[in-house]
Design a protein around this ligand. Sequence first.
Ligand SMILES: Cc1cc2nc3c(=O)[nH]c(=O)nc-3n(C[C@H](O)[C@H](O)[C@H](O)COP(=O)(O)O)c2cc1C
Length: 204
Amino acid sequence: MSAAENAPVHSRISEEALNRIFRDARTYRVWRPERVPGAALRELYELLELGPTSGNSLPGRFVFLVSEEAKARLLPAMDPGNVEKTRTAPVTVIVAYDMQFIDQAREAFKNPNAFSGLVDKPALIEETAFRNGTLQGGYLILAARALGLDCGPMSGFNAEKVNREFFPDGRWKANFICNLGYGDGTNMPPRPPRFAFDDACKVL
Ligand SMILES: Cc1cc2nc3c(=O)[nH]c(=O)nc-3n(C[C@H](O)[C@H](O)[C@H](O)COP(=O)(O)O)c2cc1C
């Protein structure tokens, strides 16, 4: 085999990109005042939606709160420690999942038999929606960082209150909430430690 045939299909992305998306990326809790353009939210969605989900189920749903009125509907559901960071963030996303993702996928992709193994199995539907919707929330964080946005993900909120306020018909359910914008890096605490490879991984 020639050297060219042995070459990997893709080269690594740049160190700068790796630093931005992973090594230097932090959870932000204080925000600079610059707004996030509406076009950036669209671009963010178009990138995150390309991440893989089982059977292309795409159960993740995303509610971008940008107006003061929309924020005011969310704040009473946030834990006290998460109120101010959410109030001041330029954008707050409710990362949700759709319990009727099967219907939407069947209709959109013109495949009336898609996910037939899940039909009438609510526990399996919920597991599939939650697993893949959570992955899509992770893709959102990485895509945001790739676009130069900073994130502040949060699970400190009352999901029942959020669901009642934003999803009263019960079809979508809140998974986690993520502030987005341009983080203020002054007075950042040091990054919390991570586990070493041998403490969290096995190679079998
Ligand atoms: C799903 C999820 C929920 C989180 N919930 C909160 C939260 O409610 N409030 C908060 O201040 N930070 C929250 N965080 C941020 C984590 O505490 C933070 O990512 C972790 O300590 C690592 O810090 P780093 O991202 O700066 O490296 C959450 C992060 C994730 C991914």
